[in-house]
Ligand binder design. Structure first.
Ligand code: GSH
Length: 219
């Protein structure tokens, strides 16, 4: 039996980052689907008092907050390392993971991705165009900065794939499925090229929304 248990909702970019990291490490895990309507009530709140996904369980140890989970996995499953050995590259990785939480998710993906994808697909409610338009200037700032930080490197923290790619890739792949991606990526060709590189990885192919939905059905 797998010692890693991931509680998440199919389609969650944060949940995908955890699943992709476990896949990069070739670790077996059990996926426990969380019913979206259940996350703001007990018993789920006893596992995650802020009512979010994902949650990781490992050998009786329970952890939430994606950055903490990813760093934990990188410590207990050290091969292949997903944190650069060079302190400056590691700091860049940490910075980009912070950008993902504070600027890419908050105010960009949780608006544009939610309105364009989650509302129609899961809730059957049409997109609120005004809210999406209002988020676009913030989205351009985030994409411009991630494009600048990526530069000509293959991955966000340099030559090797890192935890930053796991989490930003999961979010960016979501954003890339919206019509807004055309304008967000137009002047920044390094971003779609990097995303294509990430999407070709086995860890990303194994953790698309549809693949995670299959895991949920099989659970
Ligand atoms: N800071 C949390 C954020 C997790 C998060 O926002 N997850 C989203 C799904 S991608 C969620 O649970 N949303 C449900 C909600 O906001 O009610 C983490 O890093 O794990």
């Amino acid at each position: 039996m797998s010692s890693y248990i991931v509680h998440s909702i199919p389609g969650s970019p944060f949940g995908r980052a955890v699943l992709a990291t476990l896949t990069e490490k070739d670790a077996s895990f059990r996926f426990v689907p969380v019913e979206p309507r259940s996350i703001k009530a007990q018993p789920y709140l006893s596992m995650h008092p802020f009512g979010r996904v994902p949650v990781l369980e490992h050998d009786g140890f329970r952890l939430y907050e994606t950055q903490a989970i990813l760093r934990y996995l990188d410590r207990v499953l050290p091969t292949p390392a997903l944190t650069p050995a060079d302190p400056k590259a590691a700091a860049r990785m940490d910075q980009i993971m912070g950008i993902c939480d504070w600027y890419l998710h908050q105010g960009v993906n949780n608006i544009i991705g939610f309105q364009r994808i989650v509302r129609p697909r899961l809730l059957g409610i049409p997109c609120d165009e005004a809210i999406v338009a209002e988020a676009m200037p913030r989205a351009h700032v985030v994409c411009a900065e991630l494009s600048r930080l990526l530069g000509t490197s293959p991955y966000l923290a340099g030559a090797q794939v890192s935890l930053a790619d796991m989490v930003v890739g999961s979010h960016m792949d979501f954003l890339a499925q919206t019509p807004e991606w055309a304008s967000l990526s137009a002047e920044r060709p390094n971003l779609p090229a990097w995303l294509e590189r990430m999407s070709a990885r086995q860890s990303f192919q194994a953790t698309t929304w549809d693949r995670v939905a299959e895991m949920a059905k099989a659970a």
